[in-house]
Write a new protein. Structure first.
Length: 335
């Protein structure tokens, strides 16, 4: 092969490489003549509004620790927590409340979870059990209270015992297993709270307005209705599974209402719905979620929980109240 036949293709290749390198260098010079592009996250013309800038779109976690404040200067009291009416809570949910009561010198007992439909805090002598305690906390019972239990608790409150009932609106529950069935879970103490001129509403609540919820349309915000010991130091609380309270008689007073713009989940009716009410020695709160560790330290939930505990331990119950055995299924007032 002649030398010219080898050098001719090689020369073409060299020229092509030279053109490519020259073009690359020229682009570098032209690019360097202007200002450098903005670093990631810096504002540039035409960028989305500031709320979408990287530093503003990162979610901030709500605090999940703290300590419930409770006055420890009073008399030591005994508090009974009902777990005998198919109550939908775990003891771990109530751990912060139990610890706060213990720090203040009070005693907390959970009733035995006894099987059967007759209820009764695990004892045949219902009223005798109540006589041992200064306050009763009832969290989302889904089984009903017997006539004897209602009579005993009514006499208990009349005699100075304190009762706090925490409830939730009707909810769907899915069973386990391959043949899982969907059922509706309802608040089971309507007859009990009815003795105090109150009842739970039939729907949950939601609020989609700015400032009316806590980052979730079903996490409504409520504020005090007037001043009371139950709402002292409270501006706003957040309820994740709120229902509403209905007054059915005289004597009951609304303590907290949902903010304006709150609506019922099914009928979509707007209103400032009552979510907590009190009738003398009995309080009904239409939510239980504010006790959970993930919610307890949001807004003023911690203060409200502390006030609720203060309510429970600030009563003055007579030692012989309620009288009689109050055996489930009986009259509740036998000698």
């Amino acid at each position: 092969m002649k030398a010219s036949e080898i050098l001719k293709p090689l020369g073409v290749f060299v020229v092509v490489i030279a053109v490519v390198l020259a073009g690359t260098a020229l682009l570098g010079v032209l690019g360097g003549s202007g200002s450098a592009g903005p670093a990631d996250g810096e504002e540039i013309e035409g960028q989305s509004p500031g709320q979408f800038a990287p530093e503003n779109v990162l979610a901030t976690s709500a605090p999940e620790d703290g300590e419930i404040s409770l006055d420890s200067g009073g008399e030591s009291k005994r508090v009974l927590v009902d777990s005998d009416h198919s109550n939908r809570y775990s003891q771990s949910d109530l751990a912060p409340l139990v610890e706060a009561l213990a720090r203040a010198g009070h005693e907390v007992d959970f009733t035995p979870s006894a099987a059967g439909d007759d209820g009764g805090f695990g004892e045949s002598s219902y009223n005798a059990t109540l006589r041992q305690y200064d306050a009763v906390l009832i969290v989302q019972p889904t089984a009903s209270f017997s006539d004897a239990e209602i009579a005993g608790l009514s006499a208990y409150a009349d005699g100075g015992g304190r009762i706090a009932v925490l409830a939730e609106p009707p909810q769907l529950s899915v069973g386990s297993g391959l043949s899982a069935q969907i059922s509706e879970v309802r608040f089971g103490a309507q007859d009990l709270v009815g003795e105090f001129g109150l009842r739970m509403g039939t729907e949950g609540l939601y609020n989609i307005e700015d400032g009316g919820n806590d980052n979730n349309y079903e996490s409504i915000i409520a504020s005090p209705d007037g001043s009371s010991a139950l709402t002292e130091g409270v501006s706003n609380v957040t309820f994740d599974s709120a229902g509403y309270v209905v007054s059915t008689g005289d004597g009951a007073q609304v303590r907290m209402r949902a903010l304006s713009g709150t609506r019922t989940l099914e009928r979509r009716q707007a209103g400032q719905y009552p979510v907590a009410a009190q009738n003398d020695n009995m309080v009904l709160v239409a939510d239980t979620s504010f006790l959970k560790s993930s919610e307890l330290y949001d807004l003023d939930n911690e203060q409200f929980a502390g006030n609720l505990l203060e309510f429970l331990v600030s009563g003055d119950k007579d030692d012989d109240v309620p009288q009689g055995s109050g055996t489930p299924g009986g009259s509740g007032q036998s000698p």
